[in-house]
Design a protein around this ligand. Structure first.
Ligand SMILES: NC(=O)c1ccc[n+]([C@@H]2O[C@H](COP(=O)([O-])OP(=O)(O)OC[C@H]3O[C@@H](n4cnc5c(N)ncnc54)[C@H](O)[C@@H]3O)[C@@H](O)[C@H]2O)c1
Length: 260
């Protein structure tokens, strides 16, 4: 086991997606060793190859299925073997089988809960021995504005669960000086939000979203990456159990003109 590294080691799950790649690039820019953990190892390799590195800095592409506990344990073993420490977790991977309450498929519900909610809990559980030894660490869980707004029930319930999980991690791991916070983004164009939808449908949805957003635009992956980077930075050392909405104020209920 190599324990010589002093740069913080961050694991980003779903590292190859729209938000994950922006987060990965930003954390690498901030000087961390970054583990690009994704179901799609080909894309993780390709992304790692194009990120510039400082002397001694490393990226580790790694395949993980966040719905599979053994795969998560193997990831943590691999990272421990390579770096000898684990500082930061960004639980970003998620799947979205869309469906209303009327028509959701219970098997797909279970898969979403496994990947979106149980996976982050299992990953945190596996990393506890490192945090206990290091007496420091940080977790950022990517939730969604859907946790307050509602939406497809399995997705919204899973993301509300992520907020509850974040608060539980914050409480249980505070004695090890580990912080845990959630980031709840608004709508961002990505495979996650666009697959299976026509351009017209997505365009109309985006326009409605912008109209309901006080800051008048959609979020970008960089907006999310900047927030994650802050929460993992020394400047955020006393912030824990928070949910930061990165959605331009669209978490507010509409006033219906009552402020005029
Ligand atoms: N895009 C949005 O509008 C939006 C809004 C709010 C929250 N979010 C959240 O942001 C996160 C990232 O979303 P995105 O838009 O970047 O999605 P994306 O589809 O672009 O990326 C998701 C990534 O997760 C990976 N992945 C899927 N299943 C996995 C599994 N079982 N194990 C490991 N990796 C897996 C995919 O390979 C992909 O690289 C998700 O948690 C999503 O709920 C997205």
């Amino acid at each position: 086991m190599n324990t010589s590294t002093q740069r913080p080691v961050a694991i980003v799950t779903g590292a190859c997606g729209a938000l994950g790649s922006a987060i990965t690039e930003r954390l690498a820019e901030d000087g961390m060793h970054v583990v690009l953990a994704d179901l799609d190892i080909g894309r993780a390799d390709a992304l790692a190859a194009k990120i510039p590195l400082a002397d001694g800095q490393q990226l580790l592409p790694a395949r993980v299925d966040m719905g599979d506990n053994a795969s998560i344990a193997a990831l943590v073993a691999l990272v421990g073997e390579r770096f000898g420490r684990i500082d930061n977790l960004v639980n970003n991977a998620a799947v979205n089988h869309r469906g209303s309450l009327r028509d959701f498929d219970p098997d797909k519900w279970d898969h979403m809960m496994a990947v979106n909610l149980r996976g982050p809990a299992v990953l945190c559980q596996q990393v506890i021995p490192y945090w206990e030894r290091q007496q420091s660490g940080s977790v950022v869980n990517i939730a969604s504005r859907a946790w307050v707004a509602g939406g497809p029930p399995a997705y919204a319930a899973g993301k509300a669960g992520v907020v509850g999980l974040t608060r539980s991690i914050a409480r249980e791991l505070a004695p090890f000086n580990v912080t845990a916070n959630a980031v709840a983004p608004g709508l961002i164009p990505s495979a996650f939000t666009m697959d299976g939808r026509s351009e017209e449908f997505f365009g109309a949805m985006a326009e409605r979203q912008i109209n309901q957003t006080p800051l008048g635009r959609l979020a970008t992956p960089q907006d999310v990456a900047n927030t994650v980077a802050f929460l993992l930075s020394p400047g955020a050392a006393y912030i824990t159990a928070e949910v930061i909405h990165v959605c331009g104020g669209s978490q507010l209920a509409p006033l219906g003109g009552a402020n005029k």
